[in-house]
Design a protein around this ligand. Structure first.
Ligand code: MG
Length: 253
């Protein structure tokens, strides 16, 4: 069941979203060669708590840390630990914060140091595919219109869209209905109406979209070892353009 949010709930989601966006930017600033993923996790946990919120991902479904940090061929659900970030690594930060009972969820891909031109292009195409998709995140459109637009943009650039993992409704819990795939044909799925809150999150591979989960039962990697990127915001369906709840992208709180 899709839960349409009241004005009060939307205000709480804005609050959670601002904190989550700032946590993403805070983590992104820490991405650099020589830093461990656990250092980022600990700092982001403390940052979120300093804003009166709690890290949504910590213990969610048994996830052991506060931030998902996935590197290079890791697409999502990387577990922070002793791994040291290296020059040129593609570092995906996915973070959630819960404040006063409502959740923000967002992600971005950061490059440690300069990175290669092809890595920078993958990151930019992935980010832009989100904005192509959310042109359809408005009343009168259907959920699959978003994914169809993401897929078209991504494939036009020679990359592939991960299919095994999807965006989702977000609200009082991290994952609500509906599922929001990043691929498919337009005109299917629930109709979008004002007051819905969803997380749109393209996951894009430089090679094939086939993926599998590592033995730690969490981290999802591309089967062909190709680089992957991820970008996500939680957003509100309004009467017109969607309102991005996990915003701004810069560190601004
Ligand atoms: Mg999400």
């Amino acid at each position: 069941m899709i839960r349409v949010k009241s004005a009060r709930e939307v205000e709480l989601m804005r609050q959670a979203g601002r904190i989550t966006a700032a946590a993403r930017a805070y983590a992104g600033k820490m991405v650099a060669p020589g830093v461990t993923t656990l250092e980022i996790d600990k700092a982001v946990n403390a940052f979120i708590r300093s804003k009166g919120a709690v890290p949504t991902f910590l213990h969610y479904g048994g996830f052991p840390k506060s931030v998902c940090i996935s590197i290079n061929d890791e697409i999502i659900h990387g577990i922070p630990g002793k791994r040291v970030i290296k020059e040129g690594d593609l570092v995906k930060i996915d973070v959630g914060a819960t404040k006063d009972g409502y959740v923000g969820d967002c992600a971005a891909t950061f490059i440690a140091g300069k990175g290669t031109e092809e890595a920078r292009r993958l990151v930019e195409v992935t980010r832009q595919s989100f904005f192509e998709g959310i042109k359809y995140a408005r009343p009168g459109c259907r959920v699959s219109d978003i994914g169809a637009a993401v897929q078209e943009y991504v494939e036009k650039h020679g990359y592939s869209v991960i299919r095994d993992y999807v965006g989702h409704g977000v609200g009082a819990v991290l994952h609500e209905d509906p599922e929001v795939p990043n691929y498919g044909v337009p005109g299917h799925g629930p109709r979008l109406v004002r007051g819905m809150t969803i997380a749109v999150e393209p996951m894009v591979a430089m090679g094939d979209y086939a993926c599998h989960t590592l033995a730690n039962d969490w981290t999802v990697v591309t089967n062909d070892g190709s680089l992957a990127a991820h970008y996500e915001n939680s957003l509100l369906i309004t009467d017109g353009e969607p309102e991005l709840l996990t915003w701004p992208e810069g560190f601004d709180i």
